[in-house]
Design a protein around this ligand. Structure first.
Ligand SMILES: [Zn+2]
Length: 124
């Protein structure tokens, strides 16, 4: 994990943060469940490629932010700079992304996404 100190995400406003993350990571199909409806009876998050659970919503959101390397800032985003079909598994696509944020560095990452259907690029 990186040893820098971005502004803390506002975990006092979990609803607003949750909605922002759902929008920001819609391409990962990020979903949240509360203990009333979740299978585990805890706060749960799931997305294409992963999932996590916690005893409180604030703890869940903190874990999701950490896993997504997201400071929770309003302008934070991962910009996808390349999309290729996984040569080892045709049902996956490999995304190259660059972090765009006033508080975080512009590191690049590569993520694998389960995406058996054609991507926007493949469709055109
Ligand atoms: Zn950030």
């Amino acid at each position: 994990m990186e040893q820098q100190a971005p502004p803390p995400a506002d975990l006092n406003a979990p609803c607003a943060l949750r909605m922002m993350l759902i929008r920001r990571y819609s391409y990962l199909t990020l979903k949240f469940s509360n203990p009333i409806i979740s299978a585990s009876g805890r706060w749960e998050a799931s997305w294409n490629g992963g999932g996590t659970a916690a005893d409180t919503e604030a703890a869940l959101l903190a874990t999701v932010l950490e896993k997504f390397q997201d400071c929770g800032g309003a302008e934070h985003s991962w910009e996808t700079t390349g999309t290729v079909r996984d040569p080892l598994n045709g049902e996956n696509v490999i995304l190259t992304q660059r972090r765009v944020c006033n508080y975080c560095d512009g590191k690049e990452r590569v993520i694998t996404l389960y995406h058996p259907g054609p991507t926007a690029e493949e469709d055109s």
